[in-house]
Design a protein around this ligand. Structure first.
Ligand code: ADP
Ligand code: ZN
Length: 440
């Protein structure tokens, strides 16, 4: 009896040692898994495994136990490999970290938006472009490496580079796309891929909507503004004779791919310009998102969430109102005056970017409290909170009213506006233009 107890006690002690050796061994296995991940090596290595098991068997003196030990060793290798596979899949996930939003824009027109912190190549095989002919429409500022990432996935691709700049969202550029498509005999089973900012997305999307009454369209936005706003919702258009977006269509993409790494080459001013659209959506729809942007210590860390949450708002609004009949107008917070500032500032030596103008445009449609909060956020990201002296000379009350009535935005001195009284909510109001636009 006594002997058995002694043996049981000893086995307990030995098991404890084995448990601790097991942990030690698995930790080493983890290190090897990480190394193999970094160096792209395979976990499976049968030859080495057989060799090692044989060597370990030689440490066993008892012939009787050799077979048992072999089973033990084999089991250990199997457990270790399973663990390594798990480590690698976790590492892979954190690298890809793909988030998906589905935009429901009518029965036939639902499509996914894929978002990664990584590169376009993390996402590109999610859209099946291998068996299609594709035309990549891009602009002269987009780095060649992004074009390569798309081309690598396609077997039959053509590239059309448009000169960068809003002035090229034109009928001439549209015709260049038509030429490229028809000369290369594109059919309805082929596709257009937009790779660039909002200008390219609008232009290529419109071309896709009209060529052969519509061919497949994929959008890969590379500017923050296009990522959070213009790439989803299906609005496509070109400018014509001084009027922005006058020729266009509602046409939904088949998928949108957002790779945050492409923002690394986006000029800083363009980046903050795009952030305004997120601030706008946060201010009128989501207080938590607003606070995240307001209090962020490191935008890089929070960017995935900011883009994801902004897109969730946009997708929700688009679902409720695909053709912009009512709710979708709420996305125009800050835009009625913002748009006028943007246009009129073009005559000055410091033209405002769209987002910069919208930022200022939001202030007059907010309660005092919200105005303060908005100003704080805009200042934090070095965005303007008022017009400068030169801009004020061109953007007078008279010019603003002229432009607004020309665009039929005012009727009997009343302006339909989106007003934010409290962060995270909005209301539609008819406001007296004389209240909003003060002489100064
Ligand atoms: P939007 O602000 O509507 O996206 P654009 O399409 O004109 O307007 O993009 C803004 C500018 O940024 C353009 O000059 C465009 O070529 C450039 N751009 C867009 N994405 C990138 C990028 N990832 N890297 C460098 N430049 C970019
Ligand atoms: Zn806008």
């Amino acid at each position: 009896m006594k002997d058995i107890n002694k043996s049981r006690e000893n086995i307990n002690k030995i098991d404890k040692k084995i448990a601790s050796l097991f942990e030690e061994r698995m930790n080493e296995a983890k290190e090897i898994a990480k190394y193999k991940f970094d160096n792209n090596l395979d976990i499976e290595n049968k030859e080495r495994e057989t060799e090692l098991i044989e060597k370990n068997l030689s440490f066993i003196n008892s012939d009787e136990l050799k077979d048992y030990y072999q089973s033990f060793e084999e089991a250990m290798f199997k457990i270790s490999k399973n663990y390594q596979h798990k480590i690698i899949s976790v590492l892979n996930d954190s690298l890809d970290n793909i988030r998906t939003i589905t935009v429901e824009a009518g029965m036939e027109d639902s499509y996914p938006v894929y978002i990664t912190k990584g590169n376009i190549s993390n996402l590109i095989d999610l859209i099946n472009i291998r068996c299609k002919k594709i035309l990549i429409v891009t602009d002269t500022n987009i780095p060649e490496s992004y074009i390569e990432e798309v081309k690598n996935e396609a077997t039959n691709s053509f590239v059309l580079k448009i000169q960068a700049g809003e002035e090229n969202k034109s009928i001439e550029s549209y015709l260049k796309i038509m030429d490229a498509l028809s000369m290369n005999k594109f059919t309805r089973s082929d596709a257009i891929v937009a790779l660039g900012g909002g200008v390219i997305g609008d232009l290529a999307g419109f071309a896709a909507s009209t060529y052969m009454r519509g061919i497949d369209f994929y959008n890969i936005p590379t500017s923050l503004l296009a990522m959070v706003d213009s790439s989803i919702g299906g609005k496509t258009a070109i400018d014509y004779k001084d009027t922005k977006n006058i020729v266009g269509a509602f046409y939904q993409p088949k998928a949108v791919l957002i790779a945050l790494n492409t923002l690394k080459t986006l000029p800083t001013r363009e980046f903050y310009n795009g952030l305004v659209e997120s601030i706008k959506m946060a201010a009128s729809f989501n207080k938590d998102l607003f606070n995240l942007i307001k209090n962020s210590n490191n935008l890089d860390d929070d960017l995935l969430t900011i883009i994801y949450e902004s897109l969730k708002i946009k997708a929700w609004v688009v679902k409720k109102d695909v053709k912009e009949k009512n709710l979708r107008k709420a996305l125009n917070f800050g835009h009625s005056l913002g748009h006028v500032y943007e246009i009129l500032s073009k005559q000055t030596s410091s033209p405002l970017l769209h987002g910069e103008a919208v930022g200022i445009g939001m202030l007059d449609f907010s309660s005092d409290e919200v105005k303060q909060e908005l100003k704080e956020v805009l200042k934090k990201y070095n965005l303007p909170t008022s017009l400068n002296e030169e801009q004020k000379k061109f953007i007078t009350k008279e010019n603003i009213l002229d432009k607004l009535s020309l665009d039929k935005k005012i009727l009997n001195n009343k302006l339909n506006a989106i007003y934010v009284k409290e962060i995270g909510s909005f209301e539609f109001l008819k406001l007296d233009v004389n209240e909003i636009i003060k002489e100064d």
